[in-house]
Design a protein around this ligand. Structure first.
Ligand code: 5GP
Length: 121
């Protein structure tokens, strides 16, 4: 399926919708989640039009991949959760209940985060 240029994160990247920026470089934007699930909840997105991790991991350039992973380290240090611990989550497609069809890493921390999944079924 073609990348949806009208998704909410594409609009944030175009400056059509505001966000609270945590970090930005040539390849990535990191911003506060609008509905935080933990004291720290930041979303890191590539600036390129990648719907999910499958698209990104198979089509992104080495520079884009390095920047995307590198941004995790920058963000957790900026938010001071690098020592207390944190969780990264990437939802991909229907079974994961991905809501926004633009690749994003959730970075969660600032409290005990509980089990990996809400249900084992
Ligand atoms: P997903 O379920 O796709 O992995 O997560 C989408 C995330 O995007 C959710 O955590 C949701 O709160 C966040 N989100 C949805 N719309 C907006 C928005 O307009 N601004 C920001 N900052 N976050 C959003």
């Amino acid at each position: 399926m073609a990348y949806d240029q009208k998704n909410i994160f594409a609009k944030i990247l175009r400056g059509q919708i505001p966000c609270e920026t945590v970090y930005e470089d040539d390849y990535v934007l990191a911003f506060e989640d609008i509905n935080p699930q933990a004291p720290v909840h930041v979303l890191i997105i590539p600036k390129g039009p990648y719907e999910n991790m499958t698209e990104f991991s198979t089509k992104a350039t080495s520079e884009e991949k390095a920047a995307f992973i590198g941004a995790i380290g920058v963000v957790v240090k900026l938010k001071e959760i690098d020592e207390s611990g944190y969780r990264t989550i990437v939802n991909n497609g229907d079974d994961s209940m991905q809501e926004v069809p633009h690749l994003h890493i959730h970075v969660l921390g600032g409290r005990r985060l509980g089990g990996l999944l809400s249900s084992s079924v």
